[in-house]
Write a protein of this length. Structure first.
Length: 203
């Protein structure tokens, strides 16, 4: 997960000048790679939550940070607790993404920053096929609908695309899979990029 998502997550983290007074939260943290990265970049404290006990065990064993088995829709945190909220490739899995975003706003301080990075969205035709092959339901929303979801949850929202660095894989080296059944799907995926949704909590 670290290797797969680092390239499209780093640009949003570059927009955050983290300091020792910041407490950061990664929702859907996996093995905690992004929490560790934000601590390395200067955050004073880091928290990660994930539904998988196995992932939380790994996160706790790999370095600093506080990690909890919890849903992103019900966080084990008090109000006004964190300065930054990050979510990478998980928000589209929630039953009610707007409710989740409201929960993240609850635990965030006034002026807190939010970054959501997703590659499964309607305008990315190369990834749209994933919604049919994933083992769980995923919301396939367009960029405008995702931005509206942030707004409804109380975030001052913006969005942009982030392209993966590096050249396209040549067609001769491409191997079809259930996620990219054709080379065209792969090319569309790379050209559309990841969707970065960013927000600031007013107040």
């Amino acid at each position: 997960m670290h290797r797969g998502h680092l390239a499209v997550t780093t640009p949003v983290l570059d927009e955050w000048a983290l300091t020792d007074s910041d407490r950061v939260l990664d929702v859907g943290c996996g093995n905690g790679w992004a929490v560790r990265l934000m601590l390395e970049r200067g955050a004073g404290a880091g928290i990660g939550v994930d539904l998988s006990p196995k992932m939380i065990d790994q996160a706790g064993s790999l370095g600093s940070g506080s990690f909890h088995v919890a849903s992103g829709e019900r966080l084990p945190l008090p109000d006004d607790h964190v300065s930054h909220v990050l979510s990478v490739e998980s928000l589209y899995y929630y039953t009610d993404p707007v409710a989740a975003l409201r929960e993240w706003a609850r635990v965030a301080r006034p002026g807190a920053r939010l970054a959501v990075v997703i590659e499964l969205f309607a305008e990315n035709r190369g990834s749209a096929v994933w919604a049919d092959v994933l083992d769980v339901h995923a919301h396939l929303w367009g960029e405008a609908k995702w931005r509206q979801a942030l707004t409804e949850a109380g975030w001052v929202a913006a969005s942009r695309r982030i392209l993966h660095p590096g050249p396209l894989k040549p067609e001769a080296d491409f191997e079809p899979s259930k996620y990219w059944p054709t080379y065209g799907h792969y090319v569309d995926y790379r050209e559309a990029g990841a969707l970065a949704l960013t927000g600031t909590l007013s107040g």
